[in-house]
Design a protein around this ligand. Structure first.
Ligand code: PLP
Length: 392
């Protein structure tokens, strides 16, 4: 049973509503679309006591997922990742309640699996014949895997300096790989230029409405795993911001269906790379949008996003939550990805090292208190980036 009602402009421009049974990418104003549900009906008909009997993947929240009358999800078992109490790492920071949400255990080794499971599910239902995506690496791997699972051809566009394992993994799933001279924004331009005339279905971050729906499940899970209480802090490495925007949307939804108390949200913290920190700069300058970052460079490929189309939504979530935005150097990322490994046995990507670096700063300046509950997102595993360990 689907409760999806319509698609709505995330900026409230007044266009729409749009029909989710048709293909829509961006709003006519050029900004992202969000999926809306008949939330009062969900609140009446859905009880959290149904959850323990459901499969341990992100589709357990099916009432609030974009499943319509047109079929089953395209799934590889994504989601319901462990929330680990990181006692040793916590002790090293003087924190008693540090948790790591270990997203490296998703299919293809990162949380991109969630977004792409949802996006490919909708693309297949909308009769897409070919899928395309520009990516820094992890989104391409996830897209290629879910496209293979759905039986659809995949075209991926990545910066030509992307690490080898990302290219090889795309090939493993049978995707067509194009390497682009430039950054992910350039890859996006080329993907659109080649793909639009061919009718390819573009699953770029926030350029279709469903990746957010996949990523929002991180917050549904967090609430369920913490028995419907939010932590004090969520620390999240932010590139395009789908996760940040998705979790904030999930908090609206969970409040609306009455599963979490209203008005006690976590402080949301964005971690970025010193070499590419457009959201940090906009947050500090108190602007509503983020200027593109010139000369973006960082080993954390997932954070090398000079301009995020959903910047205003990320900034809104940070501000409304009383959160922060913090930049971390590449050297610190490597140091802290090793900390996650040494203290906890967690395989962490440099992006997660950035999140831990941000947490160190918040502890040092007294913002995070010893007994605060902190959830740090390990958005991906270390295996595809092991060469960065040589550089430190
Ligand atoms: C893509 C990616 C990010 C950034 O995620 P957004 O939701 O797009 O901000 C962080 N970490 C890793 C490992 C990634 O692949």
């Amino acid at each position: 049973m689907s409760y999806v009602s319509h698609l709505e402009c995330s900026a409230g421009c007044g266009a729409g509503p749009f029909d989710p049974r048709e293909r829509h990418h961006l709003c006519s104003c050029g900004l992202p679309l969000l999926v809306r549900y008949r939330i009062n009906q969900v609140a009446q008909n859905w009880n959290k006591s149904t959850l323990p009997d459901r499969p341990p993947n992100m589709w357990r929240y099916q009432e609030m997922m974009p499943l319509m009358d047109d079929g089953d999800p395209v799934t590889l078992g994504e989601g319901f990742t462990p929330l680990l109490h990181a006692t040793s790492l916590g002790r090293s920071l003087g924190l008693s309640a540090l948790y790591v949400k270990d997203e490296s255990l998703n299919p293809t080794n990162s949380f991109k699996a969630r977004g792409l499971s949802a996006a490919v599910t909708r693309a297949r239902a909308l009769n897409a014949h070919t899928l395309s995506v520009p990516s820094a690496g992890n989104a391409a791997n996830a897209m290629a895997a879910y496209a293979a699972q759905a039986g659809l051809p995949a075209k991926v566009f990545m910066p030509k300096d992307v690490k080898k394992p990302f290219i090889r993994e795309c090939e493993l799933y049978g995707a067509d790989v194009t390497l682009v001279d430039g950054l992910i924004t350039d890859a996006g331009r080329l993907a659109a230029k080649v793909g639009d005339p061919m009718g390819w279905y573009d699953v770029s971050t926030l350029k279709e409405p469903y990746r957010i729906e996949g990523k929002k499940t991180m917050a549904y899970e967090l609430a369920e795993q913490l028995e419907w209480q939010w932590p004090d802090w969520i620390i999240y490495p932010t590139g395009g911001g789908t996760g940040m925007i998705g979790m904030w949307k999930a908090m609206d939804e969970l409040e609306a269906i009455g599963w979490v108390p209203k008005g006690h949200r976590p402080r949301m913290v964005t971690a970025q790379a010193s070499g590419c920190a457009p959201i940090v700069r906009a947050f500090e300058q108190e602007t509503d949008y983020a200027e593109p970052w010139a000369d973006a460079h960082t080993i954390a490929a997932g954070l090398r996003v000079p301009k995020a189309i959903g910047d205003f939504l990320i900034l809104r979530a940070l501000r409304e939550s009383g959160g922060r935005a913090i930049a971390v150097s590449d050297a610190d990322m490597v140091r802290y990805m090793k900390d996650l490994g040494h203290y906890e046995g967690i395989s962490a990507a440099p992006e997660s090292g950035a999140a831990l670096g941000a947490l160190h700063k918040l502890v040092a300046d007294g913002s995070v208190k010893p007994d605060d509950t902190v959830v740090l997102f390990n958005t991906g595993g270390a295996l595809k980036y092991l060469d960065v360990l040589d550089s430190a």
